[in-house]
Design a protein around this ligand. Structure first.
Ligand SMILES: Cc1cc2nc3c(=O)[nH]c(=O)nc-3n(C[C@H](O)[C@H](O)[C@H](O)COP(=O)(O)O)c2cc1C
Length: 195
């Protein structure tokens, strides 16, 4: 089995990530993974959304919700670093004061980056979820639930921000077409979520 993200995190050195090549970009498939999720998927994650460095929204046009360290274990202990797809839901706080619209509190498609963000040379393993919806306000401190259903690609290093943005946009398209299969659609209605 490939080294899990948690095993890598115990090593002294931050793992090196290969640079993205043109061959990789051209050869990327539109749909990834089998027609129904296979072990270790689905992987359930949940936690209170934390502030990251904020570069996802500002630099990359792709805001991400960071999960706390203790929420990452269900995936980092069984899977390698990389980009994953699935569904996520942001839950309204129990006090009734929610900034979320009805649409924003639904189960929505997501892409997730698990790793060290080599382009930004992070020192810590993080799991960052981009929910595919244009949220009108931030939701730091809100609970997020996610079902990770498949793997898209390894985490890569980049020589330009544009190339990283280009791959993230492709990740979103791959996630949408990969989720658009019967074996995946049903997870949007899974009882794990608050429906
Ligand atoms: C779908 C997706 C794929 C990503 N792929 C990579 C990658 O291959 N390499 C990398 O260095 N960072 C990757 N990132 C992580 C971004 O670098 C990260 O989201 C960014 O640093 C923003 O984090 P921040 O909001 O904590 O600043 C990816 C993020 C997403 C959402």
């Amino acid at each position: 089995m490939a080294t899990t993200a948690a095993e890598q995190a115990t090593q002294d050195e931050r793992p090196a990530a290969p640079f993205r090549t043109d061959t990789f970009r051209i050869a990327r498939p539109q749909i990834v993974g089998p027609d129904i999720p296979e072990a270790p998927f689905p992987i359930a994650l949940n936690g209170l959304v934390q502030k990251g460095f904020g570069r996802g929204g500002k630099d990359l046009g792709c805001p991400t919700a960071n999960l706390p360290d203790e929420s990452i274990a269900p995936i980092s202990s069984v899977a390698k670093t990389g980009v994953y797809y699935g569904y996520a839901q942001v839950l309204s706080p129990p006090d009734g004061h929610s900034k979320l619209t009805e649409e924003e509190s639904k189960v929505l498609p997501m892409v997730m980056s698990l790793g060290w963000n080599p382009f930004y040379k992070n020192e810590r393993l993080t799991a960052e979820i981009h929910v595919m919806h244009d949220f009108k306000s931030d939701f730091y401190g809100y609970e997020m639930k996610a079902l990770v259903l498949g793997y898209i690609r390894p985490e890569l290093d980049y020589t330009s921000r544009e190339a990283l943005i280009d791959d993230i946009e492709m990740d979103k398209r791959v996630a949408i077409s990969s989720l658009d299969r019967l074996g995946y659609q049903k997870y949007a209605k899974d009882s794990y979520f608050s429906l």
